[in-house]
Design a protein. Structure first.
Ligand code: HEM
Ligand code: ISQ
Length: 154
């Protein structure tokens, strides 16, 4: 399937909207991951020792922003090149980090669901099925690249 200009625009537009409220969004994203999969708590170094999701943790926020930004970047690449290519150094680092943290393939569906719910909640009435599909496709391709790298790193 080809990724259209329209799909790219939907991703970019919604990300521009979401950026304005990134602090809250990061928390929401994270909280949703833990709602779906409470056991994931133990994998994140910045959560392991706290009772609840820390409200003002710079690492949490920075990581969450990266996930959104990388997915957004994937959408741009999908439209421009028809595929997602992650910078090699970034990819090998992320492969290693995720393997080391105990992440396995099925976890990617959890993060995807949380990402989608977060976007949906953030953009409100601007949300559409088409927008969801565009983010989903960009995420899936990015996830595939990371998963492949994790097999190399394992
Ligand atoms: C760390 C991105 C999927 C769990 C990170 C970091 C990034 C990232 C950017 C920070 C690395 C660093 O700078 O140290 C992504 C992207 C994903 C993805 C783009 C999907 C496309 C997942 C999944 C899980 C997961 C499915 C499982 C629940 C973690 C954990 C860490 C991490 C446990 C280490 C956090 C810490 O203890 O510092 N991820 N991730 N990630 N990610 Fe992901
Ligand atoms: C790291 N990897 C995947 C999802 C995340 C969400 C919030 C913070 C860090 C993350």
């Amino acid at each position: 399937a080809t990724f259209t200009e329209k799909q790219e625009a939907l991703v970019k537009e919604s990300w521009e909207l979401m950026k304005q409220n990134i602090q809250e969004l990061s928390l929401h994203f994270f909280t949703t991951i833990l709602e779906i999969a409470p056991a994931a708590k133990g994998m994140f170094s910045f959560l392991r020792d706290s009772e609840e999701v820390p409200q003002n943790n710079p690492k949490l926020k920075a990581h969450a922003v990266k996930v959104f930004k990388m997915t957004c970047e994937s959408a741009i690449q999908l439209r421009e090149k028809g595929e997602v290519v992650v910078q090699e150094s970034t990819l090998s680092y992320l492969g290693a980090v995720h393997v080391k943290s105990g992440v396995i393939d099925p976890h990617f569906e959890v993060v995807k669901e949380a990402l989608m719910r977060t976007i949906k909640g953030a953009v409100g009435e601007k949300w559409s099925e088409e927008m969801g599909c565009a983010w989903g496709e960009a995420y899936d391709q990015l996830a595939a690249a990371i998963k492949a790298e994790m097999k190399q790193a394992a």
